[in-house]
Design a protein around this ligand. Structure first.
Ligand code: MCA
Ligand code: AMP
Length: 523
């Protein structure tokens, strides 16, 4: 029996090595060429002494090297740690220390962030560089240029064994319900089960070609886009990043493309670009949206302009893809459809934890072979997230309609989703609270036309100090990923609190809704 996606890919490569697989900028790889690079990378790691189960972080933009390293680490028996390239000191130090990564694959910009953190990362031994590092490395860190590692792997005869289904494949960091971000432990069998379900539901075959502009460091781009391609033997046009004009040009010109996956912000920008330029995409077999709610309005506008309806699906780092619109049946806007084949989804009352009737709102729970094995070194958080029957509590609120379509209505946890990136208010609050001019702060998400939601900070200044909003934004940008910085800072004399002293964000939200930019909120 096949135990991993890696195994499926290597089998397909062995069966038909000449078939094209991936293009990225000037590079192109057949299945056989990619498999060969993956094997070399894995042997290089083994030759250097990577042990089974050791963690290797990928802190890198989309590239062919990313794909090679991702599969190569798994082929060497290692565990991949995914890191958003926008992350700065606070996120990086936490994730790389928590995962105790031994190696990190990165480029010039990444090394500039990482090298100053080396004292906080005693387990980090190798920087596997796809470009020259920006700074001289301390003696504790060894540079291994990517090409050197491949050459060492080519010369090495190190034995490789295929991962077992129960082996850990990936740590995907997510903040879950509270506190510091946690590593979701995804096993090889989780990855395989989910990609199988996705391929079946969306009729993905080796005749498909995907335009992939999503970042590979998150679930959507990697575990849907890349995994589906590898699993089905299809092809992918991988881009470094999403640029609406470039994506639209490809969607107009390349008749081989059959699939496009995006977050709603990307669809909003494609629509804007089409309206601005008159350029329309060709018909595709399938357009998919996920990672954040797709408004029915945007869904209808896209259909009016492109002549096709988007299929929406719902997923999470911990569970990969959970539910999807039907491929053939009605793709009902404002809903995320039904559980993928072989998986379950239900809605329960948040107090009794019993399933609720249609049209009643509760917490969404999911169960099945796609659900992760727990949080890395956080048995407490793992226990809290599952019930005894194995249902995983997603922290999302929803309801089934009378026809069984799931509608996501809100979130039980505090989470802002901006352009498909997740932002936990507490992380931004902690950074702002560490600024001397801030006495108290509350961070919340407010509607935004482009990103869906935007980060807004309500700040109570330290007595006698007049803080500068721009300085506070810069303070965040230096410490956190830039997409987490507040788009708006509002000053207040006090924060509304309930009898237990908890900040009442819903009250703030109402006040912010009516306040103009630059207003000082009344307390
Ligand atoms: C970039 N910026 C943002 C965002 N992206 N601000 C708020 N929200 C964002 N999402 C800011 C940057 O910090 C920067 O600010 C400025 O915009 C320009 O940066 P740039 O990188 O050029 O931005 P962009 O190219 O316009 O990016 C927009 C984007 C990108 C293409 C929509 O955000 C993106 O790729 N989103 C996809 C995220 C994704 O893949 N999510 C899936 C997660 P400054 O200049 O001030 O520094 S997986 C998931 O959620 C689950 C499992 C699921 O169901 O899929
Ligand atoms: P993450 O765990 O960081 O990958 O983010 C997962 C979260 O994104 C989910 O828990 C949902 O809140 C949200 N999400 C993903 N897909 C959708 C969707 N189609 N509609 C609404 N929210 C979504």
């Amino acid at each position: 029996m096949t135990s991993s996606l890696l195994e499926v890919f290597l089998d397909l490569a062995r069966a038909e090595p000449q078939r094209p697989l991936l293009t990225f900028e000037q590079e192109s790889f057949t299945r056989g060429e990619l498999a060969q690079s993956v094997t070399r990378f894995a042997r290089g790691l083994k030759h250097r002494g990577l042990q089974p189960g050791e963690r290797v972080a990928l802190f890198q933009e989309n590239s062919a090297a990313f794909v090679i390293a991702y599969l190569g680490v798994q082929a060497a028996g290692g565990v991949v740690v995914l890191v958003n390239t926008a992350y700065r000191q606070v996120e990086l130090a936490h994730i790389l220390a928590d995962a105790e990564v031994r190696a990190c694959v990165t480029g010039t910009a990444g090394s500039a962030e990482l090298v100053p953190l080396h004292e906080q990362l005693p387990a980090l031994q190798w920087l596997i560089t796809v470009e020259p590092p920006a700074l001289a490395l301390p003696t504790s860190l060894t540079e291994l240029p990517f090409a050197t590692l491949l050459a060492e792997g080519e010369a090495s005869q190190a034995a490789l064994s295929l991962p077992r289904a129960e082996d850990l494949a990936v740590l995907g960091y997510t903040s879950g319900t509270t506190g510091r971000s946690k590593g979701a432990m995804l096993l090889h069998r989780n990855l395989l089960a989910n990609v199988r379900a996705v391929a079946e539901a969306w009729r993905w075959t080796d005749a498909d070609r995907l335009l992939l502009t999503l970042p590979l460091f998150h679930t959507h781009g990697l575990m849907v886009g890349l995994h589906g391609t590898l699993f089905t033997g299809a092809t992918v046009d991988l881009r470094r990043r999403f640029v609406a004009s470039e994506a639209l040009a490809a969607l107009r010109d390349d008749a081989r493309l059959t699939l496009f996956f995006g977050v709603p912000t990307m669809y909003g920008r494609l629509l804007e670009e089409t309206r601005r330029t008159g350029v329309k995409p060709r018909r595709l077999r399938l357009w998919v949206s996920g990672s954040a709610p797709l408004s029915p309005q945007l869904c209808h506008d896209i259909e009016a302009e492109f002549g096709q309806r988007i299929l929406e699906r719902y997923g999470m780092t911990e569970t990969l893809m959970n539910t999807t619109h039907p491929y053939d049946g009605e793709r009902r806007p404002g809903t995320v459809g039904f559980a993928f084949p072989g998986q379950e989804a239900r809605v329960v009352d948040v107090r009794t934890r019993q399933p609720v009737a249609a049209d009643e709102t509760g917490e969404i729970e999911v169960r099945g072979p796609h659900v992760f094995a727990g949080y890395w070194r956080r048995p407490d958080a793992t226990t809290e997230s599952f019930d005894l029957a194995g249902w995983f509590r997603t922290g999302d609120l929803g309801a089934f309609d009378a026809d069984g379509y799931l509608r996501i209505t809100g979130r039980a946890r505090e989470l802002i989703i901006s352009g498909g990136f997740n932002i936990y208010p507490r992380e931004v609050e902690e950074v702002l609270a560490s600024h001397p001019s801030v006495a108290e702060v509350a961070v919340l998400g407010m509607p935004d036309a482009d990103f869906g939601e935007q980060v807004v900070a309500v700040v109570v200044p330290t007595a006698g100090v007049t803080p500068d909003a721009a300085v506070l934004v810069e303070w965040c940008r230096e410490r956190l990923a830039s997409f987490k910085k507040p788009r708006r800072v509002v000053f207040a004399q006090a924060l509304p609190r309930n009898a237990l002293g908890k900040v009442q964000k819903h009250v703030l939200r109402e006040r912010l809704g009516t306040a103009a930019r630059g207003d000082v909120l009344a307390s």
